[in-house]
Unconditional design. Structure first.
Length: 463
């Protein structure tokens, strides 16, 4: 798992890429992805049948899924689109896990059609599914420990989370499924996110293993599978250590022997659904400095925005930024040597720090606030936003009509291939009907006003 310093490109290569490929764009390093999967698999090699069901929502791209499929991953899906993406890329039956919430029946039906492992988020789903489409062969429930765990900033306090069932609801749900003929069962929880503490991740395993024992003692159900969720974190901040995933695996193994083997419940398959840990450090958002502004703060404007990476604006999340010099002339951009305004009298920050911002009409469209940078950015320079490989492009949106960027993959042989084209205005407007709108009678203009007046008069006369 790489540290921030393990950037796979030289400065010269970045300048070359940004010259050939229109910025902004996302680029992923294939080697980093494969090494992360192999490290996780090695840490859990003690557990027969271990599989990481990659959280498709993190990086929903078929090329990425193909790489992960080759490394033995399954998929974790939370929507019908993610199910179809998994299906298209050849993932089959129980290689797919479906964990959703507030789920329409058509999505449950698709999961059942694929033979996916269905993870129920609510007790009411048992009767609903039984009535509408029949329960799947294997049923898992998502557990919410409430006050039993504290969660963290990203995932929130479990007591306030919309996900999962209480202990009493779990017991009732398993009993109902048992009475309705279900023979195979699983258990799941996701209570931490981006966790860098080995003991907290091991504690999730302890919590679920003890719950599996409790369910067995009360209902006679032997869990076939326990899904520990994802939650393994990455070091976004410079100086943070990469988590020792081997210690995570060893800790889970020790708790497995202490609880599952001691209670005679082995073998029991243990799986995970890590997304961020696999692709997060492998992805970079490449943007170009297009503007500098000096008022009460020093602003660096880049051609990327929240539509390309929402996490800093949404979570106040830190993403490291590297500035790479590109002193060539760039037609259409201001001169890099143009003098900046003298804001010394108005500046509210006295250190050499910058706000790195996008171009949305939204004040939280910021990648960094009061951030010291290695060098002062000038127009034309390249800004690399690190650790953007998970929940980056996938959380994109089209506010202000901003087209979403292209995605590229840096292959093992050093080549770079496009794995998703950039959107254009045609994509933005593709669902709109301009001809119909122009012919629409409810708009402005004298003729439409006359038509509305005549209709109103006719309605009054009928009264």
């Amino acid at each position: 798992m790489p540290k921030l310093a393990d950037f796979p490109f030289s400065d010269a290569k970045v300048v070359e890429l940004a010259k050939e490929l229109p910025t902004p764009f996302h680029i992923y390093d294939e080697r980093t992805i494969r090494e992360a999967v192999r490290g996780l698999n090695a840490s859990m090699a003690w557990c027969p049948g271990f599989r990481n069901h990659f959280a498709v929502k993190a990086t929903p791209n078929p090329y990425i899924l193909q790489v992960l499929k080759e490394e033995g991953c399954g998929t974790d899906c939370s929507s019908i689109a993610e199910l179809v993406l998994s299906e298209e890329m050849g993932f089959k039956t129980e290689e797919i896990m479906f964990t959703s919430n507030n789920t329409p029946i058509k999505e449950f039906k698709k999961a059942k059609q694929l033979g996916a492992l269905v993870n129920l988020d609510d007790l009411s789903h048992v009767d609903f599914l039984h009535k509408e489409d029949g329960l799947p062969e294997m049923v898992s429930f998502r557990f919410n420990p409430g006050p039993g765990r504290t969660g963290n900033k990203l995932i929130g306090d479990p007591k306030a989370a919309k996900f999962g069932c209480t202990t009493a609801q779990l017991l009732e749900g398993y009993k109902k499924c048992q009475d309705l003929g279900v023979k195979r069962f699983g258990l799941h929880a996701m209570v931490v996110s981006n966790c860098l503490k080995v003991d907290e991740l091991v504690e999730t395993a302890r919590m679920l293993f003890l719950l599996a024992v409790q369910i067995h003692e009360k209902l006679g159900i032997k869990m076939e599978m326990v899904n520990l969720g994802g939650g393994i974190g990455i070091p976004y901040l410079p100086g943070q250590d990469v988590i020792d995933v081997a210690s995570v695996g060893a800790g889970i193994h020790a708790v497995y022997k202490e609880i599952i083997e001691a209670k005679g419940l082995a073998p029991m398959k243990v799986v995970m659904e890590c997304g961020r840990y696999i692709t997060g450090p492998a992805g970079f958002l490449v943007s170009r400095v297009v503007h500098r502004k000096r008022i009460y703060k020093n602003y660096v404007g880049v051609d990327a925005c929240m539509a390309n990476l929402m996490r800093p604006g949404m979570y106040d999340a830190y993403h490291h930024i590297t500035i790479i010099r590109d002193e060539r002339d760039h037609p259409g951009l201001p001169s890099r040597t143009a003098p900046a305004a003298d804001n010394a009298a108005d500046l509210i920050t006295k250190e050499p720090v910058f706000d790195v911002v996008g171009g949305l009409c939204e004040n939280n469209d910021k990648f960094a606030v009061d951030r010291p940078l290695d060098v002062e950015p000038f127009v034309g320079d390249i800004a690399i936003i690190h650790d953007a490989g998970a929940h980056g492009h996938s959380m994109g949106f089209q506010y202000n009509g901003k087209p979403r960027s292209a995605e590229y993959l840096h292959r093992l042989d050093g080549s770079v291939i496009e794995i998703r084209r950039a959107e254009d205005l045609g994509d933005i407007f593709s669902t709109l009907d301009f001809d119909g709108a122009r012919a629409f009678g409810g708009g402005g203009g004298p003729l439409s006003w006359i038509r509305r007046t005549l209709k109103a008069a006719a309605w009054c006369n009928k009264r």
